[in-house]
Design a binder for this molecule. Structure first.
Ligand code: PMP
Length: 354
């Protein structure tokens, strides 16, 4: 605490990202990164980049990237916003749309950054409990101009909602901005991008950090009605006019253009997720059905914290959340097949599991 801090930050509990260790001999299944390298097209783009261009500021509008995204998703360029990772896109969206008279509605268990942004921007919010099976209880979300945010698929639970459920929500909530955070959508859920032309109040946010293996480049984007995109641009231009650096723009375009590599690596992760789910179930875990690149699993009689510690001493990192409702669960990123085999082999060595 410092006397120099403003009232706005005095009570803040900043988001602490998952562990990013400096050592490399770990099997890192704790922050939902992609275990595969980005497309070879990304390497090619970096290799052939004219470094003399780095003396110049990058394109402030990320024109080429927006165009590529617009083509890919079948929307206009003016319906696309890009930022430094979807975290930054979310930050701008909270600032642009959510400081309303009514509270922002969000799931009780979801991406913890949402609470952090609400506290930072002093946005009133309300948690809507999940169903007993951990699905987002979308029928309980109704507000007039308060705003709604949820992740589909949700994190850290991994469950997804159907497009019909999302559309029904949009029909009930025409006066509020509804953000669908689709960080993990490519691993098995339906994208609400299909709804943006019909519902001017829905903003879909995605990232290159997961399915495109570019977490290190920090590229996120939003798709929605131009009215919402204009709102985001207003915040961006008052904050950092050059959100994406030149290499981030270049590599994101390259990644987007290699469709077959994208499909292949996503399919591999889904196959390995299925295998991991079966193996964990055989070892006595209850595994929540996942549409993401991670599984959320609880052992029937061994505590989550104890299992996380056991794996950690064996150089395997997984994520555990110290919250009473999910204290027994581990969130395990789907790595390569070899990494998951090492995880399962390690669990089988546990004195209570073998
Ligand atoms: N949304 C969700 C649900 C996430 O899990 C994450 C990753 N931690 C993000 C957004 C942010 O991802 P990034 O900033 O890397 O795009």
């Amino acid at each position: 605490m410092s006397k120099f801090w403003s009232a706005a930050i005095r009570d803040l509990t900043p988001y602490v990202p998952g562990e990013q260790p400096k050592v490399t001999n770990l099997i890192k299944l704790n922050t939902n990164e992609n275990p595969f390298p980005p497309s070879p097209a990304v390497e090619h783009a970096l290799h052939h980049y004219d470094t003399a261009r780095l003396t110049l500021y990058p394109d402030p509008d990320s024109t080429e990237l927006k165009e590529a995204l617009a083509n890919y998703y079948g929307v206009e360029r003016a319906q696309v916003f890009v930022g430094n990772g979807s975290d930054e896109v979310l930050a701008h969206a909270f600032m642009a749309f959510f400081r309303q008279e009514k509270p922002l509605l969000m799931p009780s268990i979801t991406y913890s950054f949402y609470d952090v942004y609400c506290n930072l921007y002093q946005i009133d919010y309300q948690h809507i409990p999940l169903e007993d099976d951990f699905s987002v209880a979308l029928t309980n979300y109704t507000t007039e101009n308060g705003g709604i945010i949820f992740a589909n698929p949700n994190a850290p639970t991994g469950r997804s909602l159907s497009l019909d459920e999302i559309e029904a929500l949009l029909q009930r909530n025409t006066e509020s901005v509804v953000i669908v955070d689709e960080a993990y959508v490519d691993f098995g859920a339906q994208s609400a991008v299909a709804l943006v032309d019909k519902y001017p109040n829905v903003l879909v946010i995605q990232t290159f950090s997961k399915s495109r293996s570019l977490a290190g480049m920090r590229v996120g984007f939003a798709i929605g009605h131009t009215e919402l995109i204009d709102g985001l641009e207003r915040v961006k231009n008052s904050f950092n006019s050059y959100p994406l650096d030149a290499l981030a723009q270049k590599t994101a375009v390259a990644a987007l253009q290699d469709q077959s590599y994208f499909e292949q690596s996503v399919a591999q992760i889904i196959t390995t997720r299925q295998w991991t789910t079966e193996q964990l179930s055989e070892l006595g875990f209850k595994v929540i059905p996942s549409a993401t690149n991670f599984v959320f699993a609880e052992h029937r009689f061994i505590e989550g914290a104890e299992l996380m510690g056991y794996l950690r001493t064996n150089n395997i990192l997984v994520r555990h959340f110290s919250r009473p409702e999910i204290d027994n669960f581990l969130r395990i990123t789907i790595g390569t097949q070899e990494q998951m085999e090492a995880l399962v082999a390690c669990l089988k060595q546990h004195p209570d599991l073998g």
